[in-house]
Structure formats: structure tokens, C-alpha cells
Design a protein around this ligand. Structure first.
Ligand code: PLP
Ligand code: MN
Length: 368
């Protein structure tokens, strides 16, 4: 039976397989810590990228304080695996999910949640009361700092904070304001300028809440493209970058190569298609996502990848390129790392060509 194991060489892997260069990944983690730790902010990496408690623990060992998850169901898996200092960055809405939250909080009291509506906050409070839980769950006001996805409008934040203060099972500890629309702004100066404008909204709102007597300890924000700017904004206490650990071509095109590509998807040329300057590989839409452009073939300058349906993709080259024989193994650099990881069951992490660790993508498919 096919069962790759630690100690095997990469050549023993079937394709497509998601592989991680440990030296590069460790260097990315170190670079992030070296960049942000001296600035005095808490680093709470977003675990939506790796979807792995093993990697969450590596980040914590390197200096992170807890992690973020996007969805409640990711939080359930992380907490059960021992990573329970987590902020769930999406609103928890609906009776079913609120009940799940109560069960999670019953066992894991460090969980933090965000709210952006009175109705959402009220429902969570009522469910905790009903469950007879005395302890208060830590809550952050989610603020819209320009992304227009979730988050209360800045002018309504004080009203929402006052409402939360009336709810006996919620403990307001901070504000989250994620500027997701700025992560991929090309050009450092423009990204920084726009980020500082968003941060002014976030820190201004946090200050307003403090002036009104609220004990705002956490002001959390930022991703791979902006964490550095957020961390140097007075008043920001915490940053949430995720993609830096593996990177992707979309991020590299926007922010440059401070972090390097540590994850690729190993694929195989399986057919010589009808064109002289084209072959077909075994990686299509079910292997590499396309929302942020198409993946790239690592180390193959002048070769472009185009998905050709669910299971296949083309590699094409120009007149001065040379043929790629059937059977060639090609490393594909994903264009958008988080949803690409979500397509795979395992990571095969290697050093010097030898598999050193195998990690399940534990929160794969945990979209609830
Ligand atoms: N914080 C929140 C709320 C997010 O939604 C995301 C990503 O979408 C991140 C942080 C991490 O961003 P990145 O993976 O771009 O570093
Ligand atoms: Mn993403």
C-alpha cells in the first residue's frame, strides 16, 4: 500500500503532493519574529493558512502568543489538539453555531470571539446564561476599517460596546479591525500609507472606547502585507499574519521576497499534448486554486501554467524554450496559499530531499 513515511526521499512521493521546505519555512518564521518581536506587539498568527495544530505549536514555540482561526469549527479542532489560546476572527451567528460555541467555551475558557452586532452579542450571552455558565467569554468588537466585509462602522462602535457592557456573560477586552483589502496593494509606500489610514480608524476607535471607561487591552489587526506597519502604529497591541509561513505568488508580487516560497505542489508531466511547446501536468483546479491568478512552475522561467479542468494543467513555453519530457516532476508555486492548502490532506515536510515530518491538514474543510 502507498504510505509515504518519515525518512523517505521526496522521489518516493506520488503526485500531486504538497511539500514544504523546512529550512525555508523555519527561516520565514524567524524573519517574522525578528521583524515584529522587537516592536513589542503580540504575534497571534492566523492559522487559517496552515490549518495544522502541529504548525500552530511550532509558531508558539517560536514566540507567537496563541493563534487566530477564521471559523468556529477550526477552533474546535485546534483547541482539542491543545491550541486553545485562540481568537475566532469571524462572527458567530445562528443558534446552531452559538450552541457549538457554548460547548467549546465550556471546555476552553481562553477562547476569544468577535461581535459586530447587538443581535449577535445578545444571542451568545443568552446561550451562555441558559447553559448555566458563570464565567464571561472574552469579546472583541469587530470594526470595519475599510474592508467592508464584517465589522461595525466606526461611528457605531461605542454604542455596541455599551450594549456588550450590559451583557453579563460577555467581557469586552478589545477591538479587531482587519484591513484585508490592503494586504496585496503593490508598492510598499502606498500599502503603508493606506494601512496607516486604516490604523488611525482602529486606534482612534479604541481610544474613544477607553475614554468612555472601557477596558480595551487588545487592539488586533494586520496580515502578511501590513503587519510591520500595524506593529509600528502606537496603540496596536497585536498582529495576525498568516501567509508569511508559506507565501504564494500573489503575495510575492505585491510585497516582494522578504519571505520566501516554502510550500510547493509537486506535480508530474503526464502527457505531451498536441502543441510542440506544451505539455500537460497532473494538477488542475482540484490541486491549485485560481482566484488570485494561476500557479507558477518553480525554477522554469518562461514556462506558464494554465489549468485545463479539474485534474490537468498545461505548461507552455515560447520559441526559445526546450521540451519538458513526460515523467518530469515539477514544483508548482501556489498563487493563493490558504485555499490551496485546503485542497490537500497532508503536508510532506523535507530537508535535503528527505521527508522529515508529515502533518495532516487538520482543519481542512472546516468552513463552519
Ligand atoms: N486576520 C484576518 C481577520 C484574516 O481574515 C486574515 C486572512 O485573510 C489574516 C489575518 C491573515 O492574513 P494573511 O494570510 O494575508 O497574512
Ligand atoms: Mn488568503
Amino acid at each position: 500500500m502507498y504510505a509515504p513515511k518519515v525518512g523517505d526521499r521526496l522521489e518516493s512521493l506520488d503526485t500531486p503532493s504538497m511539500i514544504v521546505d523546512l529550512d525555508i519555512m523555519e527561516s520565514n518564521i524567524r524573519k517574522l519574529m525578528d521583524l515584529l518581536q522587537p516592536l513589542g506587539v503580540n504575534i497571534r498568527p492566523h492559522l487559517k493558512t496552515t490549518k495544522s495544530p502541529v504548525l500552530a505549536k511550532k509558531l508558539i514555540a517560536a514566540g507567537a502568543k496563541g493563534g487566530c482561526v477564521a471559523k468556529l469549527s477550526e477552533g474546535e479542532v485546534m483547541a482539542a489538539a491543545g491550541v486553545d489560546d485562540i481568537l475566532i476572527t469571524c462572527e458567530i451567528i445562528g443558534a446552531v453555531k452559538v450552541r457549538r460555541l457554548v460547548e467549546l467555551f465550556r471546555k476552553h475558557r481562553k477562547i476569544q470571539i468577535v461581535v459586530d452586532s447587538e443581535v449577535g452579542a445578545t444571542a451568545i450571552n443568552a446561550a451562555l446564561e441558559e447553559a448555566g455558565i458563570e464565567e464571561r467569554i472574552q469579546v472583541l468588537i469587530d470594526l470595519d476599517v475599510g474592508l467592508q466585509r464584517t465589522g461595525v462602522a466606526p461611528e457605531l462602535a461605542l454604542g455596541l460596546a455599551r450594549h456588550v457592557a450590559t451583557l453579563g456573560r460577555l467581557k469586552l477586552i478589545g477591538v479587531q479591525g482587519y484591513e484585508g483589502h490592503l494586504q496585496h496593494v503593490h508598492g510598499r509606500e502606498e500599502r503603508e500609507r493606506e494601512c496607516r489610514a486604516s490604523m488611525a480608524i482602529l486606534t482612534g476607535t479604541a481610544a474613544l472606547l477607553k475614554e468612555n471607561g472601557f477596558d480595551i487591552q487588545v487592539v488586533t489587526t494586520g496580515g502578511t502585507g501590513t503587519a510591520e506597519f500595524c506593529a509600528t502604529t502606537p496603540g496596536i497591541t497585536e498582529v495576525q499574519p498568516g501567509s508569511f509561513i508559506f507565501m504564494d505568488s500573489d503575495y510575492r508580487n505585491a510585497v516582494g521576497s522578504y519571505f520566501s516560497h516554502s510550500l510547493t505542489v509537486l506535480s508530474t508531466v503526464i502527457s505531451k499534448s498536441t502543441s510542440a511547446r506544451r505539455v500537460t501536468i497532473d494538477a488542475g483546479l482540484k490541486t491549485l486554486t485560481t482566484d488570485s491568478g494561476f500557479a507558477e512552475a518553480k525554477g522554469m522561467e518562461g514556462v506558464t501554467y494554465t489549468p485545463m479542468g479539474d485534474e490537468h494543467g498545461w505548461l507552455e513555453w515560447g520559441e526559445d524554450g526546450s521540451d519538458i519530457p513526460i515523467g518530469t516532476r515539477v514544483e508548482m508555486i501556489p498563487s493563493h496559499i490558504d485555499p490551496t492548502v485546503n485542497l490537500h490532506d497532508f503536508y510532506y515536510a523535507y530537508r535535503n530531499g528527505v521527508i522529515e515530518e508529515i502533518w495532516p491538514v487538520a482543519t481542512r474543510g472546516k468552513v463552519q
